[in-house]
Design a protein around this ligand. Structure first.
Ligand code: BG6
Length: 499
C-alpha cells in the first residue's frame, strides 16, 4: 500500500466477543490488514475473549479460518499471516462473573505504559457488567481505552444506563463509541470535499440546495441475526446511528479544527436542530416496510416473517424512510430524505445533494426535463464522488446538452485493497484519536430524536407496509418524496439529453 501511515504505540487489544461474527468478519481481518501493511509494532498482541473454553491454538485455527474466508485465501501473505497468528491469545472470560479474569490480568502483565484496549463486541446488555468487572480487577490503567460497538442500548434510557455504568469506570476521553460508517473512506472525504474546497461552501445551504437524499440499501436480509434484529428494526439498527451520522456531516457548520471536540460539537448542534417527527407527522414524514418473499439478482429469497428467530406476526420494520428537517438558518426549507432497507435490489450507500435549478433556462427546448446539478457521494460500493454538470455535446448542428459527471473515483485509486472502515478506526483507538467516534451526548441526542418516532409508530399501532424483496421498498416511500415533486435518485436511469 502506498499511503503513509502513522506510527502507533505497542498495544494489547482485548476483544470481548472475540469468536463472534463481528470479530471474525471485520475486526480480525482489519487488524490483519494493518499488520500486513507493517503498521503494528512488534510487541502488540490481540487477545480474544469469550465464554467458550478454547485453547490458544484452537483460537488461532479459528482466526486462520476466518481470515481465509473474509480476507480471501489468495490475499493472505504467508509471512504476514504467521506473524499475525503469533500475536493471538485467548482467555475464556465470563463478562458477568469473575471466571477467567485473573488469567486475563496475568496475561496483561501489569504494564501501565502499554496501550490497552478493551473492545466490546458483545450484546450491549453486557457493557455495564464488563466495565464493572474491569474495575474490580483493576485493569483500567492510565493508557486503557474502551470501545463500545453500536447499538449503544435500544432506547434513550438503556443508552443512558450504559453510558452511566461505563462512565463510572472510564473517563469520557477514553471511551470510544464506534460507528463504522465514520471510518469509511468516502465519508471522511465528505469532510475534505466540504472544508478543503472553497467551491461548495457558498452554495451549501438553502440558497443553493434543493434537498438532500441519504440512501443505505442492502441486498442481505437478516441472515442469522433474527434474534437481535427482530427487537431492533431498521430505524434503530441503521438510521439512529449510520444515517444520522451521515446527515450530521452533510449539515454541520465548519468545525474550528479537526480535533475531537470541535467536530463533535458541530455534529451535536445538528442533532439538536432536527425537527421532531411527531404523531401528527408520521403518516407524511415516515414509512416503515417489511420484506415479503421475492428475488435478489434472480435468486429467490424468503419473507422476513419466515426468517430464523422472527416472532410470529412480527411488526419489525426492515425498511424505513423519513423526511427530516434541520431547523436552522442554513437548512431552513431543505428536506433531507433518508431511507434504509434490507433486501433491496442492490447494495448501495450514497448521499445525493440536489442543487437548485438555474433561475432561468435559456436553451431552446427541453427545459422541463433539465435536471439541476447534483453531487453524488457514493459511500459504497465503487466509492466515488460525482458532480453532475451540463455540457454541450460536441459536434455541429443544433445545440445538444449532455449531463456529464465530473468523476472522482477512489475505487480506482485503491485498486488492490480499499481499506475497510474498521482498519482506520481500530488504529485511531490506539492513537487515542476520537474525532471519528461518537460522544455520549451525540448518542443520547440521536436516541431522543429517534425515540419520538418509535413511540409515535407504537402508539398509532403502525404496521409496516409489505414490499417485495428485491424492490426499493414500499410504494409509500416513493409517494412520500413524489408528493414534494421530487424523486429518489436512480443512477441507472441516467439523465435526459436536451436537443
Ligand atoms: C450494521 C448493522 O451496523 O451495519 C447491519 O447492524 C448492517 O444490520 C451493517 O448490515 C451494514 O454495514 P456495511 O458496512 O456493510 O454497510
Amino acid at each position: 500500500m502506498n499511503f503513509t501511515q502513522p506510527i502507533i504505540d505497542d498495544f494489547d487489544y482485548v476483544v470481548f466477543g472475540g469468536t463472534g461474527d463481528l470479530a471474525r468478519r471485520k475486526l480480525l481481518p482489519a487488524l490483519y490488514h494493518r499488520d500486513a501493511d507493517g503498521q503494528l509494532p512488534a510487541a502488540s498482541r490481540i487477545i480474544g475473549s469469550a465464554r467458550a473454553e478454547m485453547t490458544r491454538k484452537q483460537f488461532q485455527t479459528l482466526v486462520h479460518k476466518s481470515l481465509t474466508e473474509f480476507v480471501g485465501a489468495k490475499a493472505l501473505d504467508k509471512a504476514s499471516l504467521s506473524r499475525f497468528l503469533d500475536r493471538l491469545h485467548y482467555v475464556s472470560c465470563d463478562a458477568t462473573a469473575d471466571h477467567g479474569w485473573a488469567e486475563l490480568a496475568t496475561l496483561l502483565n501489569n504494564e501501565p505504559r502499554k496501550v490497552r484496549i478493551f473492545y466490546l463486541a458483545t450484546a450491549p446488555e453486557l457493557y455495564g457488567a464488563i466495565a464493572d468487572t474491569i474495575k474490580r480487577h483493576a485493569l483500567n490503567t492510565p493508557e486503557t481505552r474502551i470501545v463500545l460497538e453500536k447499538p449503544i442500548g435500544h432506547d434513550l434510557a438503556s443508552a443512558r444506563d450504559i453510558n452511566d455504568r461505563v462512565g463510572a469506570v472510564f473517563d469520557e476521553r477514553t471511551i470510544f463509541r464506534i460507528d463504522h460508517y465514520l471510518g469509511k473512506e468516502t465519508v471522511q472525504n465528505l469532510l475534505v470535499l466540504r472544508f478543503a474546497n472553497s467551491l461548495f461552501e457558498p452554495v451549501w445551504n438553502h440558497n443553493g440546495i434543493d434537498h438532500v437524499q441519504i440512501t443505505v440499501a442492502e441486498t442481505v436480509g437478516v441472515e442469522d441475526r433474527g434474534g437481535y434484529y427482530d427487537h431492533t428494526g431498521a430505524l434503530r439498527d441503521m438510521i439512529q446511528n449510520h444515517l444520522m451520522q451521515l446527515l450530521c456531516l452533510v449539515a454541520m457548520e465548519p468545525p474550528a479544527s479537526l480535533d475531537r471536540e470541535s467536530v463533535r460539537d458541530e455534529k451535536i448542534k445538528v442533532l439538536h436542530a432536527l425537527a421532531p417527527i411527531t404523531p401528527a407527522d408520521i403518516a407524511t414524514k415516515s414509512v416503515r416496510g417489511q420484506y415479503r418473499a421475492g428475488a435478489i439478482n434472480g435468486n429467490p429469497v424468503k419473507a422476513y416473517a419466515d426468517e430464523h428467530d422472527i416472532a410470529p406476526g412480527s411488526t419489525t420494520e426492515t425498511f424505513a424512510a423519513l423526511k427530516v428537517e434541520v431547523k436552522n438558518w442554513r437548512w431552513a426549507g431543505v428536506p433531507f430524505y433518508l431511507r434504509s432497507g434490507k433486501r433491496m435490489p442492490e447494495k448501495v450507500s450514497e448521499i445525493v445533494i440536489q442543487f437548485k435549478p438555474v433561475p432561468y433556462w435559456i436553451f431552446p427546448t427541453g427545459s422541463d426535463q433539465a435536471q439541476p446539478n447534483r453531487l453524488v457521494i457514493r459511500v459504497q460500493p465503487n466509492e466515488h464522488i460525482r458532480l453532475h454538470l451540463w455540457t454541450k455535446e460536441p459536434g455541429p448542428g443544433g445545440l445538444r446538452l449532455r449531463n456529464a459527471p465530473l468523476n472522482l473515483s477512489f475505487a480506482e485509486t485503491f485498486k488492490e485493497h480499499l481499506p475497510d472502515a474498521y482498519e482506520r478506526l481500530l488504529m485511531d483507538v490506539v492513537r487515542g484519536n476520537a474525532t471519528l467516534f461518537m460522544r455520549r451526548d451525540e448518542v443520547e441526542a440521536a436516541w431522543q430524536w429517534t425515540e419520538t418516532i418509535i413511540d409515535a409508530w407504537k402508539n398509532a399501532g403502525d404496521r409496516p407496509r409489505l414490499y417485495t424483496a428485491g424492490t426499493w421498498g414500499p410504494t409509500e416511500a416513493i409517494a412520500m418524496i413524489v408528493r414534494d415533486n421530487r424523486s429518489w435518485f436512480d443512477e441507472q436511469a441516467g439523465e435526459p439529453i436536451q436537443s
